[in-house]
Design a protein around this ligand. Structure first.
Ligand SMILES: [Mg+2]
Ligand SMILES: [Zn+2]
Length: 215
């Protein structure tokens, strides 16, 4: 009887132990990501893409995204869509365009792991979107949201864009930056920035990431 009673006590003590604390997130292998500007990187820059009819993917972009998928690197779009605040198209139009981008990429076996957009502008005509926000690039809120939601290790991640604005955003977020020569190809020269790498297009950028990216 004595032994049985001891056993019970022991079991009770075990049960009373607090659960093991979870390791801090940093202890796990967080995921690498490539943050992608949309216009001029994935699809042709048409100066405010407002209609699905005007959507054309850049040659090789789908294959490049498919390669990222294969490598286990997240492909995450970070795009300013201030045309919404300007009243050039609606959020509904944007969703329609994104659905079509997903469809066309999917047809080539490529997948985007996330799409983050900023519909705001400090000036515009659609009141609800006219605001100074933290998400509009070169602000980093969209990147920060993606990092949190998708458990991304930003120190091993890249920002690929065709405008100096994208390079500045990448620098602000602390990731490695690649300027592609498609779209504006950096010709906007709005910001005084030097990218870490320059690539012919997204395919070339992915090759650079494979070669120079930290595993
Ligand atoms: Mg662009
Ligand atoms: Zn915004």
């Amino acid at each position: 009887m004595q032994a049985k009673s001891n056993d019970t006590t022991h079991k009770k003590e075990e049960r009373a132990c607090p659960p093991k604390p979870r390791l801090p997130t940093g202890g796990f292998a967080r995921r690498r990501a490539v943050f992608l500007d949309r216009d001029g990187v994935i699809n042709h820059e048409v100066n405010y893409l407002a209609r699905v009819e005007d959507l054309r993917l850049i040659r090789g972009a789908a294959a490049a995204i498919r390669r990222l998928n294969t490598l286990g690197i997240l492909a995450v779009v970070i795009t300013n869509q201030g045309g919404i605040a300007k009243g050039l198209f609606t959020e509904k139009d944007l969703h329609r365009i994104h659905k079509e981008i997903h469809r066309r990429l999917g047809r080539q076996g490529a997948r985007l792991d996330g799409v983050f957009y900023c519909p705001h502008r400090p000036e515009g005509v659609v009141k609800e979107y006219v605001t100074v926000c933290l998400c509009r690039k070169p602000g980093t809120l969209m990147v920060e949201k993606a990092v949190k939601e998708l458990d991304i290790d930003f120190k091993k991640s890249f920002f690929v864009g065709d405008a100096t604005l994208d390079i500045l955003t990448g620098k602000n977020a602390g990731v490695t930056t690649i300027l592609v020569e498609t779209g504006y190809g950096g010709s906007d020269k709005k910001h005084e920035v030097t990218p870490d790498f320059t690539a012919k297009d997204l395919s070339h950028a992915v090759k650079i990431i494979e070669k120079h990216g930290k595993k």
